[in-house]
Design a protein around this ligand. Sequence first.
Ligand code: ADP
Ligand code: NI
Length: 217
Amino acid sequence: MNNQQIIKNTEAFVKNALKNAEGGHDWFHILRVWNNAKLISKNENVDGFVVELGALLHDIADSKFHEGDETIGPKIAREFLENQQVDDSIIVHIENIISNISFKGGNFEQHFNSPELEVIQDADRLDAIGAVGIARTFNYGGFKNRPLYNPEISPDLNQTKEAYKNSEAPTINHFYEKLLLLKDRMNTVTGREIAADRHLYMEHFLTQFYDEWNGKL
Ligand code: ADP
Ligand code: NI
């Protein structure tokens, strides 16, 4: 099978697997990350096949939707890629990408890095900020039935991975605990440039949000 056919099969596989996914982690999130990753790759020296496979499979079984199980994503990806007769060295790389891409509160030690992971991580982070990032965040907050905002509950920037995952804090806190931190964590120049605009957009959103909350006319 040629690489183009494998990508096509992966697209179909992921689309089907995410049929009932939460709105912020559905096929369209994958499609945006895939497109972002291809765009960023143009300015990077990377293996395009690995970037595309990694982008397509990065949220195939997110642990937060699978009782915290962090092994299930890499496992499903491996099974699928073995069926596609992908080289084992590439499969190992994809497993490492899936296990290490996530933010998890930002206080988690990343055990693996590669130029391909850096590109996909930037692509995923771009989808967490800006207008789409805001929409996804409130969708996830709704999915978890969290309050929009509570001025009495402050953001917590030093959460462990566990606390971050189990947080019941208002959705606005997530901006301070993750979204506003991402622009300084971008790996690539292209990612950093796009992130700068999206960051400003979130700052405007927050200013407007507090003005409205406080009844400013
Ligand atoms: P990571 O594990 O890297 O934080 P996630 O898949 O958890 O990545 O996050 C993707 C997006 O899901 C976030 O950018 C945000 O929009 C939403 N999300 C995740 N956790 C929360 C949360 N605690 N509150 C609000 N939104 C969240
Ligand atoms: Ni993602």
